[in-house]
Design a protein. Structure first.
Length: 337
């Protein structure tokens, strides 16, 4: 389902599109077909550094899907997006001393390479959980991005874990597509579809494994560079988008505006002022996110209404029912029917 998003503000590392041209085996003379309606010339495409915009990226992927003419292009592209294609983030990750520290680097700095996805890392009991979701609509382009990200992430885990990548459990939040056999062919571990969220699950113990390519000096330098890049991009994003990103990292747990302001490194008064200038309020954003999650759980899961209310942080069903009726003009049970 579409998500509230600020996709027009997203930027994409151009390196991935150049690799995509290689997946399609396009030479210089064939590039115009890939770049049609982007405004980019083949020379600009080959020489440009840094980022391209979401409209440019969307058009390139749309063109690529048409040129490929077969399902599963995102999975095939993801096979080419190895750890070394992720720039400074890849360097910082492979230089970390342990798998856990490498994954923490990825979780923090992935927006410098993949702003189209929200990603979090947590440990629950004996399980290490990587959760990710799209910030753009899951149309054909969104599915391509999700597929490419998934295979690329598994490639990184394979680099860090070696044979222990076989312990991976993948839970995907969409029905199995008609090219589902390709997922099973490419991806290791246990794979299943139709879950509430996209998750990668690993035994907690693998986080303590040493990374063979650890280099303390290189790690320090690369993390510093990632931090600078992250700050530049972070400051360029709207406060509305940044607040929503934080709220989506803690589903079912409503953070106070003081907590969010602290995480954004501003005062609560500044946060409220910035949101007001952007035509929003903190309460509206919390309400928007609760509404989005409630609709998602009702449409895409079989959770009971009581369970959904609990997951959204409501202490009783009646409060959830009142809120839901305010959002949609009907009760949750009516909406589900």
């Amino acid at each position: 389902m579409p998500r509230p998003s600020t996709s027009e503000d997203l930027v994409f590392a151009i390196d991935y599109s150049r690799i995509l041209a290689g997946v399609l085996n396009l030479d210089h003379h064939q590039l115009p077909a890939l770049l049609a309606d982007t405004g980019l010339t083949p020379q600009q495409f080959l020489e440009k550094e840094g980022y391209i915009s979401w409209p440019e990226q969307h058009r390139i992927i749309t063109n690529a899907l048409a040129l490929y003419g077969a399902p599963g292009l995102g999975l095939r592209a993801g096979e080419r997006y190895s750890l070394m294609t992720h720039g400074l983030v890849g360097v910082a990750t492979m230089a970390c001393p342990t798998v856990m520290e490498g994954l923490q680097v990825l979780a923090r700095y992935h927006p410098t390479r993949a702003q189209f996805v929200e990603q979090s890392l947590e440990v629950v009991a004996d399980t290490l959980i990587i959760q990710f979701s799209l910030r753009v609509e899951r149309d054909a382009v969104g599915q391509f991005l999700l597929d490419a990200l998934l295979v690329s992430q598994v490639s990184t885990l394979r680099f860090l874990l070696g044979d222990r990548v076989a312990d991976l459990t993948l839970e995907l939040a969409f029905p199995e597509p008609d090219y589902g056999a390709l997922y099973h062919e490419i991806l290791p571990g246990t794979l299943s579809f139709g879950h509430p969220v996209n998750r990668m699950l690993l035994p907690r113990e693998v986080g303590d494994l040493a990374v063979a390519t650890h280099d303390a000096a290189l790690q320090q330098w690369a993390v510093q560079q990632c931090e600078q890049q992250f700050e530049r991009l972070h400051k360029a994003a709207s406060f509305t988008a940044r607040t929503l990103t934080i709220l989506r990292q803690t589903p079912g747990r409503t953070l106070g505006q003081d907590q969010v302001a602290y995480m954004l490194n501003v005062s609560p008064r500044t946060l409220l002022r910035k949101l007001r200038e952007e035509g929003s309020t903190y309460k509206q954003l919390v309400d928007q996110e609760q509404k989005r999650l409630a609709r998602y759980y009702l449409e895409h899961t079989r959770h009971t209404i009581e369970s959904i209310a609990e997951q959204l942080g409501y202490h009783d069903q009646s409060s959830f029912r009142r809120a839901f009726k305010r959002w949609f003009g009907q009760l949750p049970s009516e909406y589900r029917r």
